[in-house]
Design a protein around this ligand. Structure first.
Ligand code: SAH
Length: 211
C-alpha cells in the first residue's frame, strides 16, 4: 500500500474529480506528515492523531475540501489550523509556484512540526504563522480563498473581510464537540451566498472568536 493506492481509492470513490486535485494528491506523499509511530497507517483514508490531542484530517475530507474550494493556480489562500501541514501541502500544489498558502496554527509544537514536515516534503510556498487564526490573519490579507480545518461557532466578519471579491470561504460550523457542517461562503457583488456541502467532525477552533 502506497500513496498511489490512496489516490486511486479517492478517484474511484469520486471524491477526487479534477486533474489539479489529482496531481496535488499524487505529488504529496502523506508519509511525511504522520508521526513515526503512525507511518504504517499513512496511506489509510482515516484521520490520524498528532500531538496535543489534535488530528491530521482524513484524505477524503481534504479531497472534498480541495475540490469545493475551487482553488486555481497563482491564488493566495489562508488556512486556519496547520496541524501536520498535509492539507496545506495539497493546496500549495494546486496554487503552484506563483501562488501561496498562509497557514495559522495556535499550538507552538505543531507550528514547528508542521513546518518541518513541509520542509521534508519539499514544499516551499506555505508560510506557517504561529497565532490565533480565529481572527484570520490580516497581515497577509486579502486572500482569494480561506478555509478552516477546525470547527467554529461561525465565520466572523473580521475573517470575511480578509477575502477578495468573488472569493470563497470553506467554514466548519457547529459545536465544539459533535457534528459540524462544511459550509461554502461565496462573496459576489458585496453579497454572501451560503451553502451547506456536507457534515463533518473536526477538532474545535480554540481562540478569541472560536471556543
Ligand atoms: N490541516 C490539518 C488539520 C489540523 S486539525 C492537517 O492536515 O493536519 C486542526 C488544527 O487547528 C489543530 O492543529 C489545532 O491546533 C488548530 N487550531 C485550533 N484552534 C486554532 C486557532 N484559533 N488558530 C489556529 N489554529 C487552531
Amino acid at each position: 500500500m502506497g500513496n498511489d493506492d490512496l489516490v486511486k481509492g479517492l478517484i474511484r470513490s469520486g471524491l477526487i474529480r479534477s486533474d489539479a486535485v489529482k496531481m496535488a494528491f499524487s505529488s504529496v506523499d502523506r508519509r511525511y506528515f504522520v508521526p513515526p509511530e503512525q507511518k504504517k497507517d499513512a496511506y489509510l483514508d482515516t484521520p490520524l492523531p498528532t500531538m496535543d490531542g489534535q488530528t491530521i484530517s482524513a484524505p477524503h475530507m481534504v479531497a472534498i475540501m480541495a475540490e469545493e474550494l475551487r482553488v486555481e493556480s497563482g491564488m493566495k489562500v489562508l488556512e486556519i489550523g496547520t496541524g501536520s501541514g498535509y492539507h496545506a501541502a495539497i493546496v500549495s500544489r494546486i496554487v503552484g509556484p506563483e501562488g501561496r498558502v498562509v497557514s495559522v496554527e495556535r499550538v507552538p509544537s505543531l507550528v514547528e512540526w508542521g513546518r518541518a514536515n513541509l520542509r521534508r516534503a519539499g514544499i516551499e510556498n506555505v508560510m506557517v504563522i504561529k497565532g490565533d487564526g480565529s481572527k484570520g490573519y490580516h497581515l497577509e490579507a486579502p486572500y482569494d480563498r480561506i478555509y478552516y480545518t477546525a470547527g467554529s461557532p461561525d465565520v466572523p466578519e473580521t475573517v470575511r473581510g480578509q477575502l477578495n471579491e468573488d472569493g470563497i470561504i470553506l467554514g466548519v460550523v457547529g459545536p465544539a464537540r459533535g457534528t459540524q457542517r462544511l459550509v461554502r461562503y461565496t462573496k459576489k457583488g458585496g453579497r454572501w451566498e451560503e451553502r451547506t456541502l456536507t457534515y463533518c467532525v473536526f477538532v474545535p477552533l480554540i481562540g478569541e472568536l472560536g471556543y
